[in-house]
Design a protein around this ligand. Sequence first.
Ligand code: PEP
Ligand code: MN
Length: 346
Amino acid sequence: MIVVMQKGATEHEINYVVERVQSLGLRPHVIHGTERTVIAAIGDKRDEHRASLESCPGVAEVIPILAPYKVASLEVKPERTVVRVGPFIAGNSHIGVIAGPCSVETEEQTLSTARAVKAAGATALRGGAFKPRTSPYSFQGLKEEGLKILAAAREETGLPIVTEVITPADVPVVAKYADILQIGARNMQNYRLLEEAGCAGKPVLLKRGPAATAEELLLAAEYILNTGNHNVILCERGIRTFESHTRYTLSLATVVWLHQRTHLPVIVDPSHGTGHSALVPQMAAAAVAAGADGLIIEVHPRPEMALSDGFQSLTFEQFETTMELCRKVAEALGRVLGAGVPATCQ
Ligand code: PEP
Ligand code: MN
């Protein structure tokens, strides 16, 4: 249920409703909107308590939440959530751009990539240190050593770090270095991991599972939101279909569908979504046209030498031209891509 407070309801009245919600065995989520405050009351036996909440002082109305996902829904919060970490802004007029290698391999590889993507207008650096690989014989990542390299790149460039955490036990070490915790597609429904990551106090980037519906993605996001962490970014990264000319099938309609149901920012990963560097620039631009609030793109100084996902990684030059293309689309829609127009293009 959503308890909608009257305009001008006092702090005291809001706190009273929060206490009532708790005493009824429900979990309160307070959302302060520009117009009014609403309190989402989440739990199993919601509807029984409707009348009791409706009669609390300062309450305008109590409405059932129809969507199966609650805190993520537009019903609870009609205003868009904007996730900001330093120069990275995703939501409303801003399109955040996260770029970098699939895996952190060496300091030189990561630092040179960080410099190049920053110069092209990216606002965050990606790089996997804990890698969830399909084969146990593939490169598994540099782990904490990789996190230290990412931290050095942040130190030099000022770009916040986005990196994946693959087990609940690794959350503390990853959160020590990362600015945004990435939950990978394979872990979208690892509910204990979602909760641990939510509790780390950093924004969480949640990727859609390759076999998950968009509704399941929103329900997974709900696990993070229920920890009280409202900084959640959803990511469409392609799903498994019978089609084989692309690594996955990148569902851009899902971006629009999600925006019609959730206030959370939605970003797109055209690298994993296509699996071919030649397809990335146009699909990145198409994602911007579909209203994506951000992009996450794999970039490598020498894709042919990459220890993971080289076939879908862009060179520095390709990333720069991709940014130019996406910027034109963003400008046509009245949005700002990444850091705006870099000095080299003015
Ligand atoms: C990645 O971002 O490198 C990655 C492993 O992505 P996904 O979880 O979408 O496969
Ligand atoms: Mn990858």
